[in-house]
Design a binder for this molecule. Structure first.
Ligand code: PLP
Length: 373
């Protein structure tokens, strides 16, 4: 059996069509800021990618800004909401990715009020609690992700956004795990800011985007040039941007077929695990989780669990426990800690995240390997 990759929430392979386009662009080396023809053609590649991405996400081209990754995007929005808009409070959740939690906690240390929305027993956010927090009238940024990268739990983006509108708060959504996986029409979503990252939808690493709903404007954090209209200085990487646009185009072109395959595979995986490893339980209500992420607790002893990922790796299976940045740490997941009880937390968990090229045979091999563990 070849190597099996079931860690697509951490990153995805780059599709060959994307590599092909990126390679073409790499051969045109102009600096997009140069005014001669080399520069102009590089610039025009960036601008046509911007238009293409904006059209795919239902945004205006001027609302999309390019940067290096979603961590950068989340940091920029959170920092500038405080600096540019005079936000004095941030409402978030302890289930957010660290790319949100860390900048939020950094502001907390500097005196910005931070409140965390309660999490219900099934991993859903308590929107009644969110509303009660919002009733305290204060300039507020709400930073709540769309889909959780560890559990796949889907938050009610529209419900959250409507509450923010009702109470006059800004809404920032980390949409890293939903862009390219679900149809998105930003013109109709009650979201002020969002971020996405190309490597989560079969594009290159080092390419991210931020959406800032017009007419809102965030001041730049990185200074030193007029790139991205001065909002994000630094020479752009046209090959990365073109690769991101191509990857997004392909994601939406094949969305339905890929989703149907992946959804069935996720269902099959859970059934097989529960059949061969009785006591396996999903983390998060399966009805409310995304189709490409399955997070389960396994009925294994703690000593087996400690070496589990390593043992799977030795058998050429790549999966993880939570976010890639934490995989090696051995620390319990800060996301699962929000809603599992002590007994549930004591069980080892794994995150299996799928793409359209995964097969039932791969799942059979994974389940057989786990059963022998
Ligand atoms: N937010 C979420 C939900 C993620 O899953 C990730 C990546 O794992 C990030 C942010 C960070 O993205 P990037 O790797 O582009 O910095």
């Amino acid at each position: 059996m070849n190597k099996i990759y079931l860690d697509h929430a951490a990153t995805t392979y780059v599709k060959p069509e994307v590599i092909e386009e990126m390679t073409q662009v790499l051969m045109q080396f102009g600096n997009p800021s140069s005014t001669h023809s080399f520069g102009r053609s590089a610039k025009s590649l960036i601008e046509s990618s911007r238009k293409q991405i904006a059209a795919l996400l239902g945004a205006k081209a001027k609302e999309i800004l390019f940067n290096s990754c979603a961590t950068e995007g989340n940091n920029w929005i959170i920092h500038q909401a405080v600096k540019s808009f005079g936000v004095t409070r941030i409402i978030s959740s302890e289930m957010e990715h660290h790319a949100v939690l860390y900048p939020v906690k950094a502001w907390q240390k500097q005196g910005i009020a931070v409140e965390f929305v309660k999490v219900l027993a099934d991993g859903q956010l308590d929107l009644v609690h969110l509303e009660s927090l919002l009733q305290n009238n204060q300039p507020t940024l709400v930073s709540l992700m769309h889909i959780n990268n560890e559990t796949g739990i889907i938050n009610d983006l529209v419900g959250i956004g409507n509450l923010c509108k009702q109470y006059g708060a800004y809404y920032h959504a980390d949409m890293v795990q939903s862009v390219g996986k679900y149809p998105i029409n930003l013109a109709e979503l009650p979201v002020d800011f969002m971020v996405a990252s190309a490597h989560k939808f079969h594009g290159p690493k080092g390419a991210g985007l931020v959406y800032v709903k017009s007419p809102l404007v965030l001041q730049p954090t990185i200074l030193g040039g007029e790139q991205e209209k001065g909002y994000r200085a630094g020479t752009e990487a046209p090959h990365q941007i073109v690769g991101m646009a191509k990857a997004l185009e392909l994601s939406y072109e094949h969305l339905e077929a890929e989703r149907t395959h992946i959804q069935a595979l996720k269902q099959y995986t859970l059934e097989q695990l529960q059949q061969h490893l009785p006591g396996t339980e999903p983390n998060g209500n399966p009805e409310m989780t995304t189709y490409n992420i399955l997070n389960v607790r396994l009925p294994l002893s703690a000593e087996k669990a400690s070496m589990l990922l390593f043992a799977l790796d030795m058998k050429s299976i790549a999966i993880s426990r939570g976010s890639a940045c934490q995989s090696g740490s051995g620390k319990p997941s800060h996301v699962l800690a929000c809603f599992l009880n002590e007994e549930q937390r004591a069980k080892p968990n794994i995150r299996i995240s799928f793409a359209e090229n995964n097969t039932k045979e791969e799942i059979d091999y994974l389940v057989a390997t786990l059963t022998e563990a």
